[in-house]
Design a protein around this ligand. Structure first.
Ligand code: CMC
Length: 447
C-alpha cells in the first residue's frame, strides 16, 4: 500500500487552558479521537472535529483508488485510468478492483464465466418489477429491486464468510445489467429480454435493452466498446457520496444488496449520478450556440450551475472527461453528430477562458460528455444514472469488501454539535405560548 511519507506529531496548545498536547501524525493524518483528551474541565466531553460534507476528513484507509485532484490523476490499484480505458475491459477492471491485481488469461476466463452465469434473476423479480407504476423512474426501480435482492439471497447476511462475500459480488455484477434493462423495458411497456451469455458484458446489456423481434441481437462494435470504456471510467472513484453511503450502511453489518441499494439511492441525486441527465436538459434548454454566452452570464449571476462542470476533488480537468470527449467523437461517427455536441463544445470553450470558472478551478467532469454519448446510443435521459450505477458496482463492492475486512472500522456514527434548546419542561397544550412565527405558519395552513 502507498503510504504518505509524513509521520511525526503535532504539538497543540489549548489557549483556553494553557495545556499542551502531543498528537501523533501518521500517513499525513491525525486521529480526531486524539483530540478528545483536550478538555476545559473534567466534565467537558472533549474537543470534536466539525466537518460537514467530509471536506477534510478521511473516513477510512483504502488501497483501491488513488486520485490527485490538482494534477488530474486517477488510478485503480495503481494503474492509470488512461491505460485501463485503452487496453482493458470492464470485466477485467472489475476483477482488478475487487481482487487487487489484473487477472491472467485463465483467471479472467473463470471470472467472466462466473459473472455471465449470474445474469439471470429469480422469476419473482419480474412480478416485483411489474408492481412499479408504468412511468416509474428507472433509478427508483433500481433502488427498490437491488434492495429486494437481499430477500432472495438470505445467505448474503453471512458477511464475515469470504466464500459468501465472493458469491454475492459475482451475483451483483452479473445481475445489475439485467435489472437495469428490465427497469427500462418496464417503463417502455416492452417485454423483458433474457440475458445472452454469448455476448460480451456490454453487448449483453445492449441486447437486453434494445432487442426487439430479431432472433439474435448483434451490438454495433463501436458502441459496445464505447459503453465498456464508459463503465471502466465509472468503476470507482474512492470515497464519493454513493461509496460513502455503501460503506456507512454496510458498517451496520447489513448484507451487500442493501448496502448497494443505499449506493444507488445516493447516486440518484442531481449532484452525483443525476448530473449527466441534467447536462442534457441544460444543453436542450440552451438550444443553440448563439445562446451560450447568455447562459454563461446567467450562471455567473448565480441562477443555476453549469452542469457537468466542477468537482469536489478535481481542481483540474477530470481525466475521465478527456477520455470521454474522444469517445464522443467516435460514437458520433456511427450515430450521426448531435447539435447538442456543438453547444457543449462552445460552452466548454467559453467557460475555460472565463475568469469565474478559472478562479474557482471549475473544469468539465465525467458527466459533461457522457450524457451526449448515452443519448446518441439511444438511451433515454432517465436511464443515465442507471448506466452510472452499472459501472460503479465493482467499485462499491470492492470498497464494501475492504470495509468489512478492516479491523479499524466501526459502525458509522458521526457526532454533532448540538445548538438547540436547553432542557425544559413539558407544558399542557392550553398553556403553550404562541410566537409570531407560529401565527405566520397557521396563516399558510389556512390558505
Ligand atoms: N457551475 C457554476 N458554479 C459552480 C459550479 C458549477 N457547476 N460548481 C461549483 N461552482 C461554484 C460555486 O457556486 C462556488 O462559488 P462561490 O465560491 O462563489 O460560492 C464554488 O464554485 C465552489 O462550489 P462548491 O459547491 O462549494 O463546490 P463543491 O466541491 O461542494 O461541489 C459539485 C462540487 C460537483 C457538487 C459542484 O461543482 C456542482 O454542483 N457541479 C455541477 C453538478 C455536477 O456536474 N456534478 C457531477 C460531479 S462529477 C460526478 C461524480 O463524481 O459524482
Amino acid at each position: 500500500m502507498t503510504t504518505v511519507n509524513s509521520s511525526g506529531s503535532l504539538t497543540v496548545t489549548d489557549n483556553r487552558t494553557g495545556k499542551t498536547y502531543d498528537i501523533p501524525v501518521e500517513n499525513g493524518a491525525f486521529k480526531t479521537m486524539d483530540f478528545r483528551q483536550i478538555k476545559v474541565s473534567d466534565d467537558d466531553f472533549g474537543l470534536l472535529g466539525y466537518d460537514p460534507g467530509f471536506l477534510n476528513t478521511a473516513s477510512c484507509k483504502s488501497a483501491i483508488t488513488y486520485i490527485d485532484g490538482d494534477r488530474g490523476i486517477l488510478r485503480y490499484r495503481g494503474y492509470p485510468i488512461e491505460q485501463l480505458a485503452l487496453h482493458s475491459t470492464f470485466l477485467e477492471t472489475a476483477y482488478l478492483l475487487i481482487k487487487g491485481e489484473l487477472p491472467d488469461k485463465e483467471r479472467l476466463a473463470v471470472w467472466s464465466y462466473n459473472i455471465h452465469h449470474h445474469t439471470m434473476t429469480h422469476a419473482n423479480i419480474v412480478k416485483f418489477m411489474d408492481g412499479f407504476r408504468y412511468d416509474a423512474h428507472p433509478m427508483g426501480i433500481m433502488v427498490g429491486t437491488v434492495g429486494a435482492l437481499s430477500t432472495f439471497y438470505p445467505d448474503a447476511k453471512d458477511i464475515m464468510n469470504e466464500d459468501s462475500r465472493k458469491l454475492q459480488v459475482r451475483r451483483l455484477i452479473g445481475k445489475i445489467p439485467t435489472l437495469a434493462a428490465m427497469s427500462f423495458r418496464h417503463s417502455m411497456g416492452f417485454p423483458y429480454v433474457l440475458p445472452d451469455n454469448d455476448l460480451s458484458y456490454p453487448g449483453n446489456f445492449l441486447s437486453m435493452m434494445f432487442k426487439m423481434t430479431e432472433q439474435n441481437y448483434s451490438p454495433n462494435p463501436v458502441l459496445e466498446r464505447a459503453l465498456d470504456v464508459l463503465f471502466i471510467l465509472h468503476a470507482d472513484h474512492e470515497q464519493n457520496c454513493s461509496t460513502n453511503a455503501v460503506r456507512a450502511v454496510g458498517s451496520s453489518g447489513v448484507d451487500p444488496y442493501t448496502a448497494v441499494a443505499a449506493g444507488c439511492a445516493a447516486l440518484y441525486g442531481p449532484k452525483h449520478g443525476g448530473a449527466n441527465e441534467a447536462v442534457i436538459r441544460m444543453l436542450m434548454e440552451i438550444g443553440s450556440i448563439e445562446k451560450v454566452p447568455e447562459f454563461i452570464k446567467s450562471v455567473k449571476a448565480g441562477s443555476g450551475r453549469l452542469m457537468g462542470f466542477g468537482h469536489r476533488v478535481y481542481k483540474n480537468y477530470d481525466p475521465r472527461a478527456k477520455i470521454i470527449k474522444k469517445i464522443a467523437f467516435e460514437v458520433f461517427e456511427e450515430t450521426g453528430r448531435s447539435p447538442l455536441l456543438d453547444i457543449a463544445l462552445e460552452l466548454e470553450r467559453i467557460a475555460l477562458e472565463d475568469d469565474y470558472f478559472i478562479s474557482r478551478k471549475l473544469y468539465p467532469n465525467v458527466d459533461f460528455y457522457s450524457g451526449l454519448i448515452y443519448k446518441a446510443m439511444g438511451f433515454p435521459l432517465d436511464m443515465f444514472p442507471v448506466l452510472f450505477a452499472i459501472g460503479r458496482i465493482p467499485g462499491w463492492l470492492s470498497q464494501w469488501t475492504e470495509h468489512v475486512q478492516d479491523s479499524d472500522q466501526k459502525i458509522a456514527r458521526p457526532r454533532q454539535l448540538y445548538l438547540g434548546e436547553e432542557a425544559r419542561d413539558w407544558m399542557p397544550i392550553e398553556s403553550r405560548p404562541r410566537n409570531r412565527m407560529d401565527e405566520k405558519k397557521l396563516d399558510i395552513c389556512r390558505l
